[in-house]
Design a protein around this ligand. Structure first.
Ligand code: UD1
Length: 421
């Protein structure tokens, strides 16, 4: 299994190009199931989760062609409406095929995701939303079995649905399903994440009638069919945020290209509060830092508040900042897996419920640590970049799920980082 070896202490300088967002690409790849003609996508990053999704779509009969960051998906001859446990257990986002399959083909069989490293993460709201649209859903043998065969013309029926909790993939699944439903669907308390907006824009190019994406009420007037379109995936705000925190910690000056500062307000505010200089010009963001940072309190919440996917990276930042920081996680019940590993590097962190108290130290010391989930892994890379001597990060397949060319990008900025098998 691959591991990363980082020798800490190098400043980061130069430019880095931000890739297309994983969390926008995954639902949009699944949206190809809704279209009768090919969907052409660009800025599709080379990531393990993207490979997994393409493999899943391929097993269903979607014809996939991929060249560099361009992917064409032809779902004109879909033959299977199933996502097996084997697929879903490796990637929870596989649940995103449920809405499209049901809406277009009237039938879907998708494995329940089960547990994952950062909490139980149920999909009850996806299911209740589809039931509100008239779907018959049974859960048997660990599978969600969904059908519309009893409905007029086998079509889902537009409905008004209030989500008890803000759910990103839940909103996306229901938006895709509603796009082909009979009548108008109103999703209330919808997720406002930029990836939801990107999906809505792509669906509208395919012929959908969606309004309000990016607000907490999304209105979808169902249409009878959708076609392919061309769409460029929005840039990855979490990848961008991760590089910004990296340079804030190591010191130096880095410009992010193909980035969207307007999607990163909460993160940029916190970086400035910590003492980094952030300047924005068009689609580039520059971060300058002398590496001397102040501790900053963090509280995660749905967009536009501070993203849970940046919590672990800011925890790493706080371990070497001046002062004491409170980091509160409100989205996931068990998202402090990185704490134990950061402690192995010498970080002073104590946990009380969903809050971690981080006391900044003058330095971290390199050690061997283990990556536990995607963003936890990123926080270990950041810690390794500033730790004394060598940090070895094991189980880095998590990083390959979500960070395109991570070592290459960091090496180009001056980091001392290499992959070993
Ligand atoms: C998405 C992102 C993930 C990010 C998260 C929160 C993708 C592929 N993944 O995950 O990177 O960390 O949003 O921004 O886009 N919940 C329920 N019932 C449901 C659905 C969710 O109780 O039916 C709960 C979850 O357990 C969690 C909270 O709602 O506590 C938010 O989860 P959700 O927004 O659904 O996360 P994902 O969409 O899985």
């Amino acid at each position: 299994m691959d591991k990363l070896i980082i020798k800490g202490g190098a400043q980061l300088n130069g430019d880095v190009i931000i890739s297309g967002a994983k969390n926008a690409a995954l639902p949009i790849l699944c949206a190809s199931l809704l279209a009768e003609t090919p969907l052409k996508l660009s800025s599709v990053a080379a990531l393990k989760d993207i490979d997994t999704t393409l493999k899943l779509l391929d097993t269903m009969g979607v014809k996939v062609t991929r060249q560099a960051d361009e992917v064409t998906l032809d779902a004109s001859e879909v033959a299977s409406f199933e996502a097996t446990y084997e697929m879903v257990k490796t990637m929870r986002a596989s649940i995103l095929v449920l809405g499209p399959l049901l809406a277009r083909f009237g039938s879907a069989r998708v494995s329940l995701p089960g547990g994952c490293a950062i909490g139980s993460r149920p999909v009850d709201l996806h299911i209740k939303g589809l039931q509100a649209m008239g779907a018959a859903i049974h859960i048997t043998h660990g599978y969600i079995q969904a059908s519309t065969l009893h409905l007029p013309n086998r079509r889902l029926q537009g409905a008004r649905y209030y989500m008890d909790l803000v759910t990103v993939t839940g909103t996306e699944n229901l938006m895709m399903a509603a796009a082909l439903a009979d009548g108008t669907t109103v999703l209330e308390n919808a997720a406002k994440e930029p990836e939801v907006v990107d999906l809505a824009e792509c669906l509208n190019k395919m012929g959908a009638k969606i309004e309000g994406a990016g607000t907490d009420v999304i209105t979808i007037e169902g249409v009878e069919k959708l076609n392919g379109a061309s769409h460029d995936i929005v840039c990855d705000r979490i990848e961008a945020g991760t590089y910004m925190v990296a340079v804030a910690m190591t010191g130096g000056e880095v410009t992010l290209l193909n980035a969207r500062a307007d999607l990163l307000d909460a993160v940029i505010d916190k970086l400035r509060e910590a003492g980094a200089e952030v300047t924005v010009s068009g689609d580039s963001i520059s971060v300058k830092s002398d590496g001397q940072l102040k501790a900053v309190n963090i509280r995660t919440a749905p967009h536009p508040a501070f993203p849970t996917d940046m919590q672990a990276q800011f925890m790493a930042l706080n371990t070497v900042s001046d002062g004491v920081a409170k980091v509160t996680e409100t989205i996931f019940e068990n998202r402090f897996m990185h704490v134990q590993e950061l402690q192995r590097l010498g970080a002073d962190i104590s946990i009380d419920g969903n809050t971690a108290l981080v006391k900044g130290a003058s330095h971290l010391d390199g050690a061997t640590v283990m990556a536990t989930d995607l963003r936890a892994s990123a926080s270990l890379v950041l810690a390794g970049l500033v730790a004394r001597d060598e940090t070895v990060i094991e189980r880095i397949y998590h990083l390959d799920r979500g960070y395109e060319h991570l070592e290459e990008k960091f090496t180009a900025l001056g980091a001392n980082i290499r992959r070993e098998n």
